[in-house]
Ligand binder design. Structure first.
Ligand code: ATP
Ligand code: MG
Length: 444
């Protein structure tokens, strides 16, 4: 074991050679969310503890066991956000966004913190893409939000992700359901875990979400919420299904989904994969018509989801989905001697200003290791500058893939020469670019 400090349990490093996977996912997520009319919101990493206790709910695992709470000097305690919805709604209220007309749509990509038992797909610090749509009680809003999640899943290239939907009703129909659940679980009280015994009185529906095999075994035969829905909730659920069908989105009704957080009403949904083991919920969300009022705002219907990006990427890797490779170095200046290095710096600056990806030696190595390095970073072109090149103010521009060389001058004309060969390469490699250029030429 090395004697330097290791990362905390349940956290992950994304090293530079792996970050292209995150860039792929983040750019697809942002583009898709924008396409659906969502704009990004950024919120603090920590909030007053009370925000999560009030919104997520004090009978949930998250609040009871998983929060990272720190007390700063003074009297307030703060909690690292376990999810993004509470902070987003808090920010919308605090910034008066809900006075700006409906619907309001916001998305985020952020880190969440939960003190859980780390395992594949379950971390203590993880990342969510999430979105919130505020101000519509209409089932077409539910369908639109689900369509956004589905669209992201399709665009990253995932297959066989099942959408499960359910309705957990409104406070009115849930009261009857709670009564039925309580009766059912009361008879099996002695077998339930301690936490669920406590939940029995306070929020029996939570028992359905318990991860203990004994409790979930008992829950198998519990009454289902769909038998208790009031007419309005039933209608909402049916219209949601009509909308999804209209959009060509396949789904399965799963009356067992209740979701892990307290604030949900009516629609709840999950996108599930069987490819990454037990932690297969890639995305979970639903409607939370009571939350904004709970947080001190006006009664306002809303819904959203959170998509776990580690689980998404894990599934993409398992399924062999493609990630956008990072752009390799366009041009490397190898230099011999101080004057040559200075020239390399000047030319590299010029080329970078034009948007090319350029490197030169910053270690002070000899020519051979410089060339080895250029090869390692996959540089497309190399220019070697030595005393002779300085004297003649010209050098060879070498294509590292083909070995072809052309003469170039070591001044601002280099830009034009380099631009020309680069253009030829793009024309050869990139079908889209080629088609674009041909169309442009046809139009001239
Ligand atoms: P689970 O049942 O897997 O614990 P959850 O109901 O606690 O999920 P949500 O609070 O709805 O999850 O969070 C939304 C998404 O965030 C999940 O569907 C999952 O993809 C991801 N997620 C939740 N907890 C973790 C975690 N500890 N590590 C990695 N991803 C997570
Ligand atoms: Mg959980």
């Amino acid at each position: 074991m090395a004697n330097y400090i290791q990362k905390p349990k349940g956290t992950q490093d994304v090293v530079p050679s792996e970050s292209y996977k995150w860039h792929t996912v983040e750019s697809i997520v942002a583009d898709t969310a924008e396409q659906f009319g969502f704009r990004e919101i950024r919120i603090p990493t920590f909030e007053e503890t009370g925000l999560f206790v009030r919104s997520v709910g004090d009978t949930t695992d998250v609040v009871q066991k998983e929060m990272y709470t720190v007390s700063a000097t003074g009297d307030s305690t703060f909690t690292l956000r376990p999810e993004g919805t509470a902070g987003t709604i808090r920010a919308m209220l605090e910034n008066g966004i809900l006075n700006e007309g409906f619907p309001q749509r916001a998305y985020y990509i952020l880190s969440c913190f939960r003190h859980e038992k780390p395992q594949a797909g379950r971390l203590r610090e993880f990342h969510q893409f999430g979105c919130e749509m505020v101000g519509s009680a209409n089932p077409s809003a539910d369908a639109d939000v689900i369509a956004l999640a589905k669209s992201v899943i399709d665009r990253v290239g995932l297959k066989n992700i099942q959408l499960n939907i359910n309705s957990i009703g409104c406070p009115e129909c849930r009261a009857n359901y709670h009564k039925a659940l309580k009766e059912y679980f009361e008879s099996k009280k002695d077998e339930l875990c301690e936490t669920c015994n406590d939940r029995l009185d306070r929020n029996p529906m939570r028992i359905l979400d318990c991860k203990s095999p004994i409790c979930s075994g008992i829950a198998e035969n519990a009454p289902v919420i769909l038998d208790f829905l009031c007419d309005d909730c039933k209608d909402h659920f049916e219209k949601l299904q009509e909308n999804l069908t209209l959009m060509g989105i396949e789904f399965k009704i799963n009356p067992k989904i209740v979701r892990g957080l307290d604030y949900y009403t009516r629609t709840v949904f999950e996108f599930i994969t069987t490819d990454i083991g037990a932690q297969g919920t890639v995305c979970g969300g639903g409607r939370y018509d009571g939350l904004i009022e709970t947080l001190g705002g006006p009664k306002t219907p809303a819904l959203g989801f959170g998509m776990g990006l580690e689980r998404l990427i894990l599934t993409m890797e398992k399924q062999g989905c493609e990630f956008m490779e990072e752009r390799k170095c366009d041009l490397y200046f190898a230099s011999m001697g101080d004057n040559a290095q200075k020239k390399a710096v000047q030319l590299a600056t010029l080329m970078r200003e034009e948007g090319f990806k350029v490197e030169y030696d910053v270690v002070g190595r000899g020519l051979k290791p410089q060339m080895k390095y250029a090869d390692k970073i996959g540089a497309r072109f190399v220019i070697v500058i030595g005393d002779n090149e300085i004297e003649t103010n010209s050098a060879k521009l070498k294509n590292m893939q083909t070995g072809d060389q052309i003469d170039v001058t070591l001044d601002e004309n280099l830009l034009e020469s380099f631009g020309a060969v680069y253009y030829d390469i793009l024309m050869g490699e990139d079908e889209n670019f080629k088609a674009f250029v041909e169309a442009m030429n046809d139009n001239v």
